[in-house]
Design a protein around this ligand. Structure first.
Ligand SMILES: [Zn+2]
Length: 397
């Protein structure tokens, strides 16, 4: 739907962005009231009882906003919330959130939600209960308009901070046109159009132990080959653009007077594309020849990258344009951190992240979001839904 001038967002998308931003702004006290309730309910990862209680509270709120909430039990993880709003268009768009935080029970009592004209504070206000508030209130206003979409599905998972794999209900989003992930916007306001992926691995070395004083030549030192491997692997650091590598552990259980018969090292690779990470892992597996010491590589997996594909670039470009149209100016950025947006992207769904309110200092007592950006981000989210429905991603698919 975009012409070569690059400013051909459908009128309805801009109108929806304006209407929803204005509506959320006019009733900002309602959003802040919801957020206060959610932030003041501590939801540390793994505390199923607290997590489920908040999921039920949010489901009730979303029901009141015209969505159809479903609490989906996930083994060992508590309830995931899926809340659906149906429309008259074609696009299916997920608004991806999580309601677990890194803060232990009791944090909110000591340091409760505070709302100011410029900033809101409180545990998890940026990561990412503020993002849930943006999604919920964008959906509340979308329900009151022309509904240019087939399905908007707000998803809030209970285990983002503690899980190392994909969200466990991701298959429910199969065939969706896009995922909009509501982790907070970067400090400079930018949305996140790329996240690095990671790979972790361990290299085990098996030699032969011996007394370092009595029989030094009878041992086969397992640490020395790993030192050679560590130096070889360090060549991977910056070997490709954006690729980084660190040896993170080099460990032997042997004592100070023993030739170590066993040892291992671990490595941390990060890269912007799956191809870069696959290439780097091939280099990792090309272990050198070390007579008398057996080396074995163990793949520990890791999160996939969110790659800036043409579809992701189109989403980011539209978000930036929609923001500008409602007076909220920002750009796009790449980050090294991982979110559930990375897993959605790896499942093949065009994904844009960082659509939550602008904020920062996540996981610290200074965590904050910028109050005026609740309304403007909700407007951008709504405008994106309408733009996707109008065929934004048709050329980029
Ligand atoms: Zn988060």
């Amino acid at each position: 739907m975009r012409d070569v001038t690059g400013s051909a967002l459908p009128l309805l998308a801009v109108e929806e962005a304006r209407r929803v931003a204005a509506g959320v702004g006019a009733d900002l006290a309602v959003l802040l009231g919801d957020l206060e309730t959610w932030v003041n309910a501590d939801t540390p990862g793994g505390d199923i009882e607290r997590l489920d209680r908040l999921a039920a509270v949010m489901a009730h709120t979303l029901d009141g906003y015209g969505l159809h909430p479903e609490l989906v039990p996930v083994a060992g993880k508590g309830l995931y919330l899926h809340a659906v709003l149906e429309g008259s268009g074609r696009a299916r768009v997920a608004l991806l959130c999580h309601h677990d935080t890194v803060f232990p029970a009791g944090t909110a009592a000591a340091w409760p939600f505070r709302a100011g004209v410029e900033r809101c504070h409180g545990p998890g206000v940026a990561d990412m209960k503020g993002g849930i508030a943006v999604a919920a209130h964008a959906a509340r206003l979308l329900a009151l308009g022309p509904r240019p979409f087939a399905r908007v599905e707000l998803v809030s998972v209970s285990d983002e901070e503690t899980r190392s794999g994909a969200p466990l209900t991701l298959d429910r989003l199969e065939g969706f046109d896009a995922v909009l992930c509501l982790e907070c916007g970067r400090v400079d306001g930018s949305v996140v159009s790329a996240r690095k992926g990671g790979r972790w691995f361990r290299i085990h070395a098996l030699g032969r132990p011996a007394h370092a004083g009595v029989d030094p030549d009878g041992g086969r030192n397992a640490v020395l080959p790993l030192c050679h491997e560590a130096l070889r692997l360090t060549e991977l650091h910056h070997a490709r653009e954006g690729l980084t590598f660190q040896v993170t552990e080099l460990i032997t259980p042997a004592g100070v007077n023993t030739v170590p018969g066993e040892a291992f090292l671990t490595g941390d690779l990060r890269g912007p594309t799956a191809a870069d990470l696959d290439w780097a892992m091939e280099q990792v597996r090309a272990l050198g020849h070390h007579p008398d010491v057996e080396l074995r590589e163990e793949d520990l997996g890791g999160p996939p990258p969110l790659e800036r594909t043409p579809a992701v670039a189109a989403l980011a470009g539209a978000a930036i344009e929609l923001g500008a149209a409602i007076g909220h100016h920002f750009g796009e950025s790449l980050t090294g951190g991982v979110s559930d947006g990375s897993w959605a992207a790896a499942a093949g769904i065009p994904t844009l992240d960082g659509l939550g309110p602008v904020g920062g200092d996540d996981h610290t007592p200074d965590e904050y979001v910028e109050t005026p950006t609740f309304a403007t981000r909700a407007g951008v989210v709504a405008g994106l839904v309408a733009a996707i429905d109008a065929g934004l991603l048709a050329d980029a698919a």
